[in-house]
Design a protein. Structure first.
Length: 159
């Protein structure tokens, strides 16, 4: 777990191909102040994941930095077509008109865009259900031993 995981999660929820963020916005997402080097050095925003946990966060989310303006403290992230992105299902998109008035009021009280908040809540519920289902299958499946070549041969020979 990285302290930059909140930024990764934030970028994974984006549905656009490009998003500009002020450094202050990033700090609000992270819950802490960026290090001084982020404001002084372009290299901090490089897309090289090597030992840079900050870059790993946006790269694993499927994004890269495109333009960094240190003077105005803004960065533009662009979605990559190929990346270190983890496999995940598509997000649910719900038109606000599909929600009843009570649900809309509840989501608006939570702050932010009501439609996005509803989609976030449904995606989180689906992620928990999916995790529980995978765990259930794993507990029911027979334990396999040996290397992958042995498993492939056993599968081939079992046909």
């Amino acid at each position: 777990m990285s302290k930059y995981d909140p930024l990764r999660s934030h970028l994974e929820r984006q549905v656009v191909g490009e998003t500009a963020m002020a450094f202050g916005d990033i700090e609000r997402v992270l819950g802490f102040t960026l290090p001084p080097s982020a404001r002084k050095h372009q290299a901090w925003w490089a897309n090289n994941v090597g030992t840079h946990v900050n870059a790993r966060a946006w790269r694993e989310a499927g994004w890269k930095t495109s333009r960094v303006d240190l003077a105005s403290e803004r960065v533009v992230f662009v979605r990559e077509s190929t990346s270190l992105k983890r496999e995940r299902s598509a997000f649910i998109v719900i038109p606000l008109s599909y929600l009843d008035e009570a649900a809309t009021r509840l989501l608006e009280k939570a702050g932010g865009d009501a439609a996005q908040r509803a989609a976030d809540l449904l995606n989180e519920a689906a992620r928990r259900d999916r995790t529980a289902l995978v765990d259930r299958f794993a507990s029911l499946s027979p334990r396999l031993s040996g290397d992958s070549a042995e498993m492939i041969r056993a599968d081939r020979d079992g046909r």
